[in-house]
Design a protein around this ligand. Structure first.
Ligand SMILES: Nc1nc2c(ncn2[C@@H]2O[C@H](COP(=O)(O)OP(=O)(O)OP(=O)(O)O)[C@@H](O)[C@H]2O)c(=O)[nH]1
Length: 230
């Protein structure tokens, strides 16, 4: 495992996972624009050239639409990764942004592969994720159609964005990408917790009924106004 990856993930371990923190990882082939998208979101700028990313975690605080103070931990991964690294990313993250370039079909295929890796690491096919086809300013070099991207997102049950990190006019979509994802993650977490609470109170109720039936719990005696236990 790469030293800097483990150092970064260790500096932000699972035990440090506070309720208002959402962890997002960007995955995709080298050169698809993961850093450009992240930097556009964080700084509103597009910087033409970056050193190929090793990996970096960026922290971003904002107040969400429902007035919650939220901290995003955004992990911009290096494109060239071994399977082992990706598993540690998958286990660390709450949400995934799968990025491909619309000008490169192999980068689209890579998203299919990454998706399978993440699903197997998470042992779940229900991911909180988004699919991004980047570089749509280069539409004349297009190799992946909009409907192919859309189909993949539908298959994953997630949102699809086709955009360009270098086009300022598309900044609102990039903002929405990075802020909608944590909101939908929070919603599904709240629903899951609600279901768990319901099922545990349902179980307690059933256990109490069983006890009464089997005579282990005293039956209530009714007096004129009150119910008392003997
Ligand atoms: N035309 C165009 N170029 C882009 C866009 N986004 C990124 N690029 C360019 O694509 C190249 C790669 O961008 P990066 O953001 O470094 O890609 P990456 O996926 O982070 O690459 P790795 O760090 O190697 O994994 C750079 O030259 C960017 O300027 C875009 O939307 N349109």
């Amino acid at each position: 495992m790469n030293g800097s990856t483990s150092r970064l993930l260790r500096s932000s371990p699972a035990s440090d996972h506070k309720d208002n923190v959402c962890r997002i990882v960007l995955l995709g082939q080298p050169g698809v624009g993961k850093t450009a998208l992240t930097v556009r979101f964080l700084t509103k700028r597009f910087i033409g050239e970056y050193c190929p990313t090793l990996e970096s975690i960026y922290r971003y605080m904002y107040t969400s639409a429902d007035e919650e103070d939220t901290r995003l931990d955004i992990l911009d991964t290096a494109g060239q990764l071994s399977t082992e690294w990706k598993e540690s990313y998958a286990l660390w993250a709450d949400c995934f942004i799968f990025v491909y370039s619309i000008t490169d079909y192999t980068s689209f295929d890579e998203v299919h592969r990454l998706r399978r890796l993440v699903e197997s690491a998470k042992r779940s096919s229900s991911l909180c994720c988004a699919v991004v086809g980047n570089k749509n300013d280069l539409v004349y070099d297009r190799q992946v159609t909009v409907s192919q991207g859309q189909e993949l997102a539908t298959d994953l049950g997630c949102r699809f964005y086709e955009l360009s990190a270098c086009d300022w006019n598309q900044y609102p979509q990039i903002y929405s990408l990075f802020t909608e994802l944590p909101a939908s993650w929070r919603r599904s977490r709240t629903q899951r917790e609600g279901r768990q609470r319901k099922s545990s109170s349902g179980t307690k109720f059933k256990q109490a009924i069983q006890k009464v039936i089997s005579g282990k719990t005293p039956h209530p005696k009714r007096t004129s106004n009150n119910v008392v236990y003997s």
